[in-house]
Design a protein around this ligand. Structure first.
Ligand code: UVW
Length: 318
């Protein structure tokens, strides 16, 4: 590949939603999720079956994380052993004992919502806020406005792995928005305007199969950037893209070589919220069985001041 161009040049004609919801807006395309969209989500519920989409934190088999991040460490602070003879446990009237624990974790080291200020280029984050507002914690477009608002609407599962007849997608394997449309058609469901998209690759199954080799030549599969794809997201007013990979798109764009251009084109420029590392296995198996790929989706990331993202356990209700 020849010289890699800067993101500014690659995305110079890319569409933007900056200013669309006012100069102070920090939730972007989630503004599309009006009460009507909540009701549309509710109308897609047929049986009341509930699926939780978070991947467990502290899996004994390991937690898949973006290279450079480390998995959460859970520390037992108090347990019954602290009340053994010579132990240092606090004594309470009535003989109360209890367990306490804490975690040290990357806020983006598990199923998580990215704040809109999570990524940027050219010195500006979403809505044109200065990247200097990220110093020491996000003053603008942190996770807080998203956490306070919550995310509810009609979700739709696009099971790309099953559609391609594979157990899981290969490293660096890509797909386009036309593939999303074709997958939806074959699943017998239509992607509607303002749908929350959930895309299954089952790629993280390989993390558990491959061990450390998973990170060699790391390049996840996923959506590949194209101007058409970005325009489609804008025209379809997609508020939220959730996937079962660590970073929601092919890691290195095969055409330009840049890393994570869709984070920039969708999140920074259009204000589309990204939800990563979801566990879509149970719901995908269920959808394959009953053919119902649309459901109500509800999620609220944890409220952490100034955070660039926080863990979440999204719900899908069929
Ligand atoms: C990066 O943006 C680097 O990671 P993620 O969106 O997966 O948290």
């Amino acid at each position: 590949m020849s010289e890699i161009k800067p993101m500014t040049e690659i995305l110079k004609d890319a569409p933007s939603n900056w200013g669309k919801w006012g100069a102070d807006d920090e939730v972007g395309a989630l503004n599309y999720l009006t009460s009507e969209e909540v009701m549309r989500g509710i109308r897609s519920v047929r049986s009341g079956r509930v699926f939780t989409l978070q991947r467990m934190i502290g899996d004994p088999k390991g937690d898949p994380v973006w290279p450079g991040r480390s998995p959460a460490v859970r520390i037992q602070v108090l347990d019954e052993s602290d009340w053994d003879e010579g132990g240092s446990a606090p004594e309470f009237p009535g003989g109360l004992h209890y367990a306490d624990d804490k975690i040290e974790a990357f806020l983006q080291g598990s199923t998580q919502y990215d704040a809109l200020g999570h990524v940027w280029y050219d010195g500006k984050i979403y809505n044109g806020f200065d990247a200097d507002t990220t110093r020491g914690g996000l003053e603008k477009a942190s996770i807080m406005p998203i956490a306070e608002r919550g995310v509810v609407g009609r979700g739709i599962l696009l099971d790309i792995a099953r559609w391609r007849g594979k157990d899981s997608l290969d490293p660096a394997e890509t797909f386009t928005y036309e593939d999303l449309l074709a997958c939806a058609k074959d699943q017998g469901v239509e992607i509607e305007k303002r749908d929350i998209l959930l895309i299954r690759t089952n790629f993280l199954a390989r993390f558990f199969e491959m061990g450390d080799a998973f990170y060699e030549n790391f390049c996840e599969p996923g959506l590949a950037y194209s101007p058409e794809l970005v325009r489609w997201f804008q025209e379809m007013e997609i508020p939220n893209l959730a996937t079962d990979t660590i970073a929601n798109e092919v890691t290195f764009d095969p055409t330009t070589g840049v890393a994570l251009p869709l984070h920039c084109a969708l999140m920074r420029n259009l204000g589309v919220t990204l939800t990563e590392i979801c566990d879509l296995e149970a719901i995908a198996a269920d959808c394959a069985e009953d053919g119902q790929y649309a459901f109500m989706y509800a999620a609220a990331p944890l409220k952490v001041a100034k955070a660039a993202g926080t863990p979440v356990n999204p719900l899908a209700i069929k």
